[in-house]
Structure formats: structure tokens, C-alpha cells
Design a binder for this molecule. Structure first.
Ligand SMILES: C[S@@+](CC[C@H](N)C(=O)[O-])C[C@H]1O[C@@H](n2cnc3c(N)ncnc32)[C@H](O)[C@@H]1O
Length: 300
């Protein structure tokens, strides 16, 4: 394995420990079922692609591949809706956390394993849906990973993918203007964006995030050039991400709007509820591209 991939594994392994601690490893069946109800409800409030682009009511019996399941919340949700889920994560502790959730659910058709998005161990045309949330912009070659997504999807199958959006408030104002330009972080550091993203967890983070990329609409179209029926929309805007002032806002936000327990399974803590204004701004200048596209039928 390349040094680069080892760094990626080390970062996501450390972030798992920091975000979830033992709470995730010791989760009981009742806690998981309750957590999945809450997760689905939170996704519906946020209009997240896990419930909008993913046809949850229609995935029973479908072969779904999740690339980069993290702690396995999304994969477990799809398994609970009857999908036959295969989950592949570069980081062993995360693949194991996902496998443990399948076991608790009794989802005997679902498997989770360690593997690399850029070199998937599956035959061509193996899956009805390939799902990946916030993963492929962190790998060494997003293009190679997208070629793999295309290869393992069956003709007519659907890719449902979230990638970070460059044409967003978070990229230009919070990260580029406040960190990159004013603090001078973007100069002479090829990985300034990696260092500016994915901060979280209960402990001070010591391992650096090796790679993050953000995409314009044109960049997404290029990545999905082999697909058809490409649909993209923006989502996810949070005032609390504004440097410094955001911390004050977050305190006010939690007091005013409260938190949602749906965050536990995917962030290790409750999710601070968005204001209606933030939800609207997400559609205009959010940091996430929610993407869906289909692989053309062979004779098309
Ligand atoms: C931001 S987390 C996303 C986790 C999950 N999808 C979610 O939304 O909660 C990124 C995940 O991608 C995984 N990852 C990074 N590069 C990968 C690669 N080349 N192949 C497979 N997984 C990868 C990391 O180990 C980590 O679990």
C-alpha cells in the first residue's frame, strides 16, 4: 500500500476513535434500532441524499455498494430497509464497525470489508446502486475511484454520491478567505484544504487529513462524463462553521433550535438543528453536491 493510503487510513482511524470512542463499539441492538430511526428522521429534516436520491422505499432486495461507510450508519439504514449491502472502507476499524452493525441487525446478506475505492475487488456490473457520502474527494485519485464506480455498477444502475462543493459559502468565505487568504494558510501548502476540513471529535486532533478536494459544477460534469441522467443539487449550510463567530452562534442555535439524536450514529454526538434560513441557504450555497447519475444501458 502507498504511503499516501497509509496516511489516509491513519487519519480516518484516529478520527473514528476521537468521534465515537467506545460508545459505538458497545452499541446494543435497541440503541442501534433507536439510532437508525433518529438518523432517518434527521436525514429527512436535512433533505440528505440518503433519503432523497436514495430510493429508500424501493431498495429491498437491491444490491447496494457503499464506499467509505465510516462507522456504518448509512449502510445499516439501507440494510434495515432490506437492501443487500456490501460496504468497503479503507480503514479497518470503520469496516469492522459497519460489519458489527450488520451483525446486530441480523442482516446476513450484508457484508463489510476493508478495501480501496480505487481498486474494488468486485466483478463488472455487480451492483444496482453505488452509494458514497463524503468519501471520494478524500482519496488519492477521485477519477480512478469514479472509474471503479462505473465499472461495478450494472448497466442502468445508479450512482448516488456526495462530493464537496467549491461554489459554496464554506469554501470561499470560511475556508479560502478566512483561513487560506487572511491567515495565509493557502500559500505554499498543497494540502491546505485537507488541513481545513474534517475537524471533529472529543479529543484534540493530532493526525492530519491528507486530502480534500472541492468541485465546481463543471468539475462534477467531467467526473460523471460516462454516466447519463446526471442530477445535482446543493445542500448543507451551517452558520456555526464561520470561524470564531460560529462558536457563539452554535451556542445560541442549540439553545434556540435544540439538537437531534440522529447525529449519534454518524458523528458520535447529537446534531445541532439547522434554522430554516440555513436549510434554504444550503440549496443555494451549501458545501455538499448531492449527485445521482445512471450507467447507460449496454445497447443504448
Ligand atoms: C468523511 S468519512 C465518511 C463516512 C460516511 N460515509 C459518513 O458519511 O458518515 C470518509 C470515509 O472514507 C473512507 N475512505 C477514504 N478513502 C477511501 C478509499 N480510497 N477507499 C475506501 N474508503 C475510503 C475513510 O476511511 C472514512 O471512513
Amino acid at each position: 500500500m502507498s504511503e499516501n493510503k497509509k496516511d489516509i487510513q491513519a487519519f480516518w482511524g484516529a478520527l473514528y476513535d476521537s468521534l465515537y470512542g467506545d460508545g459505538d463499539k458497545d452499541i446494543t441492538r435497541d440503541e442501534l434500532l433507536e439510532g437508525l430511526d433518529a438518523l432517518e428522521d434527521m436525514f429527512r429534516l436535512r433533505r440528505h441524499m440518503a433519503v432523497v436520491e436514495m430510493p429508500l422505499a424501493d431498495i429491498r432486495g437491491k444490491r447496494v455498494l457503499e464506499i467509505g461507510p465510516g462507522a456504518g450508519g448509512h449502510s445499516a439504514l439501507f440494510a434495515r430497509h432490506g437492501a443487500i449491502v456490501t460496504a468497503v472502507d479503507l480503514t479497518k476499524v470503520r469496516a469492522d464497525a459497519t460489519a458489527a452493525k450488520f451483525k446486530i441487525l441480523g442482516a446476513v446478506d450484508c457484508v463489510a470489508m476493508q478495501g480501496d475505492a480505487e481498486n474494488l475487488s468486485f466483478d463488472n456490473d455487480s451492483f444496482d446502486i453505488v452509494y458514497s457520502n463524503g468519501v471520494l474527494h478524500h482519496t488519492a485519485s477521485t477519477e480512478t475511484a469514479m472509474d471503479e464506480v462505473f465499472r461495478v455498477l450494472r448497466p442502468g444502475g445508479c450512482a448516488v454520491i456526495m462530493l464537496y462543493c467549491k461554489s459554496s459559502w464554506h469554501y470561499w468565505i470560511n475556508m479560502w478567505m478566512c483561513g487560506g487568504l487572511l491567515k495565509g494558510k493557502a500559500f505554499g501548502d498543497k494540502n491546505w484544504l485537507g488541513r481545513a476540513t474534517e475537524w471533529g471529535g472529543k479529543d484534540a486532533q493530532t493526525v492530519e487529513n491528507p486530502i480534500t478536494r472541492c468541485y465546481t459544477r463543471g468539475g462534477i460534469k467531467k467526473l460523471f462524463a460516462c454516466f447519463e441522467n446526471l442530477s445535482l443539487r446543493k445542500g448543507e449550510f451551517y452558520f456555526y462553521l464561520i470561524p470564531k463567530l460560529g462558536r457563539l452562534y452554535r451556542r445560541w442555535q442549540i439553545k434556540h433550535y435544540g439538537t437531534h439524536p440522529g447525529g449519534y450514529l454518524v458523528y458520535g454526538e447529537p446534531w445541532p438543528m439547522q434554522s430554516p434560513l440555513e436549510r434554504w441557504l444550503g440549496g443555494v450555497m451549501g458545501f455538499a453536491w448531492f449527485i445521482s447519475a445512471t450507467k447507460p444501458e449496454k445497447d443504448a
